[in-house]
Design a protein around this ligand. Structure first.
Ligand SMILES: O=C(O)CCC(=O)C(=O)O
Ligand SMILES: [Fe+2]
Length: 278
């Protein structure tokens, strides 16, 4: 593994594997938080530009994402060993209600982890592969139970269905146990500048922002394996080309082997306009 990144600790691995999510409290400096909040409150919708862009490959998350989304031989200095495939920002004033979200706060996953699929959480050979993975940056204080993203800890490893009528449904709708599941979902309190990382195989939900003291201002960035893609990108080359070269590699095409280059896994280290995830 490349030497200049902060490795995921054994403690982080233990809790991420057991619960499906971890919190990194107080990662950003006050100066960073102020600059990023100013952009979000001015209307930024993604973190692809400005100060917010620093979140894409913040040193506090690179070691963790390298550990849970790739394998050692692909962790190189010149390019990232995982891809970014989405970003959105939400600003929720006190009183914001989850009915403003398309899913009305329904607990959901990317795909049901009870079924084998390419987005799924796995552990083999002492190694985590988290599948589609979300990093939520909280730029304002969060008080547990007052609007945080909530998690059904451990559900990323569920083997039995949620109880609804359709085992393929990526949410817990129409399950007779919906309330029981909601009752045991976990939240978090954190100061501004913290990050929550979770596997999208974990049942999770949006909640009403009832904290009267400040809005929620959160950046949701999504990551995946170099070899798998869930979201269509719709990110212009003109935005990516202004990023530092290594950061650009977060947006390279979703493939690894190119026989015309040769060598097992030698290819795909560089972002170009032609080699970008679409
Ligand atoms: O808005 C929220 O708190 C939940 C967001 C969510 O479902 C996700 O990040 O996948
Ligand atoms: Fe979600």
């Amino acid at each position: 593994m490349s030497t200049d990144i902060i490795p995921m600790t054994d403690e982080q691995k233990f809790f991420f594997d057991m619960r499906g999510w971890i919190l990194l409290p107080a990662v950003l400096t006050d100066v960073e938080i102020e600059a990023m909040k100013a952009e979000a409150y001015a209307g930024a919708k993604q973190s692809y530009e400005g100060a917010l862009q620093e979140l894409l490959d913040h040193p506090a998350i690179v070691g963790i994402l390298s550990e849970i989304l790739s394998e050692d031989p692909f962790v190189l200095d010149e390019c990232y060993s995982f891809r970014c495939e989405g970003s959105f920002i939400t600003v929720r004033p006190p009183g914001w209600d989850k009915s403003e979200r398309g899913d009305n706060g329904l607990p959901h996953v990317v795909r049901p982890p009870q079924q084998a699929n390419a987005m799924r959480y796995q552990v083999a050979g002492g190694k985590i592969f988290s599948g589609l993975t979300r990093v939520v940056w909280e730029l304002e204080e969060v008080k547990a139970g007052q609007g945080n993203t909530s998690f059904l800890s451990g559900s990323h490893k569920a083997h039995f269905p949620y109880g609804g009528p359709d085992i393929w449904r990526p949410n817990i709708s129409d399950s007779p146990w919906e309330q029981s599941m909601r009752d045991v979902m976990d939240g978090y309190s954190c100061p501004p500048g913290s990050a929550a990382i979770f596997t999208e195989s974990l049942v999770h939900a949006a909640n009403d922002w009832t904290n009267p003291d400040n809005p929620r201002c959160a950046v949701f960035n999504c990551y995946n394996s170099l070899w798998a893609q869930w979201h269509k990108m719709n990110l212009d080359h003109e935005i990516i080309e202004k990023m530092p070269p290594k950061r650009q590699t977060l947006f390279r095409g979703t493939w690894q082997q190119d026989w015309s280059i040769g060598g097992r896994g030698a290819g795909n280290r560089e972002y170009t306009e032609e080699n970008r995830a679409l």
